[in-house]
Write a protein that binds this ligand. Structure first.
Ligand code: UD1
Ligand code: PEP
Length: 429
């Protein structure tokens, strides 16, 4: 399974190159199924989730050429191979095969996907969107998702999603890209990875307007062609390194980021006394000397950090900011509004010596600063796992983190990057 052994106390300092967006790579890989032409993807992060998604494409007959660690050329095949159940169940991203397969071969049976166990991962929004395009959607007696289109081509529609679900929006966009007519997708998710997917589809000949907003206009085409597309930076990885530098008191230059994607993240980190500044068009600097004081609301009340769909503070950074808050002076409320079980990981931090009151599954009050102590830990999900790495880097003594598959599925070369920043981390295979 692998484990990290981390001796805490070293500030994370130096320079780090931020990789391509995990949650952008997964839909863009799935979108290669929408054409018979080769598609070249650049800046693909070299992470476990991407490897699984590539194996799934190969299961479906795609020919995948890995040019280097972060560049792939992919050409779809018959799209009719057997998807290995274990692979489908190991990533949430496998759900993204629904849209392109429905649009190209009209019928899909898929074992429900995996991904982090952080609360119910509902399918309803996917079903609402795909059924509006003319598909029947159900869970069959074998427990599989079974989706079938009535005609040979999906029909565009005016679609209103019941929530701004990221992967559901991506599935509906991909299915609409080959449907007949113009679809309107309202209450659409607009995260940078959804935008990446739209831009990739436009470079494949689709016509999508409203990119970055919550209403998308997708004019479907009979055929899409190949393209070359470069993924944007992973703002969740960037947020994780901002937190690591701030919590350990290091000075860190993050390269290859898009500062425009970090505006809400900047406000969130400022609430816990960590700031960063732009350093050219695609770098930011987290300085060494930080306030390290948890902010108060105007009027002197305890401040809060809560998550929301884009452009709100990302749910995937709540675990990270929680652990960083334990190193700052004062009190703050962390309110996880989107996932039901993501906050339970704070038990690990409490065990390490953090002063956190878990009020209910959604809300935790952090009182800081606390001296954390090295412990035996296990990563429950990708972001809580990274949060535990930050906790271990701040702690006195040695921590061992088990189940690191659940971290490495989302962070490229984590151990190597952290060693280069001066952390005392070893990876046991
Ligand atoms: C592979 C992938 O891309 N995974 C991401 C994707 O998962 P995924 O697409 O599965 O997540 P969804 O956007 O569907 O929903 C995430 C959670 O937020 C809730 N919700 C969603 C929308 C909304 O307006 N209100 C609301 O409360 C949902 O009920 C659910 O509990 O988006 C999540 C939310 O950014 C991220 O955490 C995941 O990393
Ligand atoms: C929740 C996450 O991933 P997934 O949707 O793949 O489980 C995440 O990236 O934080």
């Amino acid at each position: 399974m692998g484990a990290y052994r981390i001796t805490g106390g070293n500030p994370a300092s130096g320079e780090v190159q931020i990789s391509g967006n995990k949650n952008g790579a997964l839909p863009c890989l799935a979108a290669t199924l929408l054409t018979d032409d080769p598609v070249r993807l650049l800046n693909v992060p070299d992470i476990e989730d991407v490897q699984v998604m590539i194996k799934l494409l190969e299961n479906l007959g795609s020919k995948v050429v890995k040019e280097d660690a972060n560049t792939y050329t992919i050409m779809s095949g018959g799209r009719n191979g057997n998807l290995k159940k274990k692979l489908v169940q190991s990533v949430r991203g496998s759900i993204l095969l629904l849209g392109p397969l429905l649009a190209t071969i009209n019928e899909v049976r898929l074992t429900p996907p995996g991904g982090d166990v952080i609360g119910l991962r509902r399918l309803d929004t996917h079903f609402i969107g795909l059924s509006a395009l003319g598909a029947s959607c159900l869970i069959n007696e074998e427990g599989e998702i079974h989706i079938k289109s009535e005609g040979s081509r999906l029909k565009a529609n005016d679609i209103f999603l019941d929530e701004a679900s990221v992967t559901a929006t991506e599935n509906v966009i991909m299915a609409s890209s080959l449907a007949e007519g113009e679809s309107i997708i309202s209450n659409a998710a607009s995260e940078p990875h959804v935008q990446d997917l739209c831009r990739m589809l436009n470079s494949m000949g689709c016509h999508i307007e409203g990119i970055g907003s919550n209403r998308l206009y997708v004019t479907g085409k009979k055929k899409l062609h190949g393209c070359e597309f470069r993924l944007t930076a992973d703002y969740m990885e960037a947020g994780s390194y901002i937190g690591l530098a701030g919590a350990t008191g290091g000075q860190l230059l993050l390269k290859g980021v898009d500062p425009e994607q970090l505006r809400m993240i900047r406000l969130g980190f400022e609430r816990i006394g960590i700031s960063f500044v732009a350093d050219g068009p695609s770098s930011i600097l987290v300085p060494k000397n930080q306030k390290r004081i948890l902010a108060k609301e105007v009027g002197g009340h305890t401040a809060k950090i809560d998550d929301a769909p884009w452009p709100g503070f990302p749910a995937d950074l709540l675990s990270i900011i929680t652990v960083c808050a334990t190193q700052m002076e004062g009190s703050i409320l962390i309110h996880e509004k989107m996932f039901e079980s993501r906050m339970f990981f704070v038990d690990w931090l409490i065990r390490m010596g953090a002063d956190i009151i878990l009020c209910d599954p959604h809300r935790a009050v952090v009182n800081g600063p606390s001296q954390l102590l090295g412990s035996e830990l296990s990563s429950p999900d990708v972001r809580a796992g990274m949060a535990l790495v930050i906790a271990a880097a701040c702690a006195k003594g040695v921590s061992v983190i088990q189940n690191i598959y659940q971290i490495e599925r989302g962070y490229e070369n984590l151990c190597g990057k952290l060693q280069a920043l001066g952390l005392a981390i070893e990876r046991d295979v």
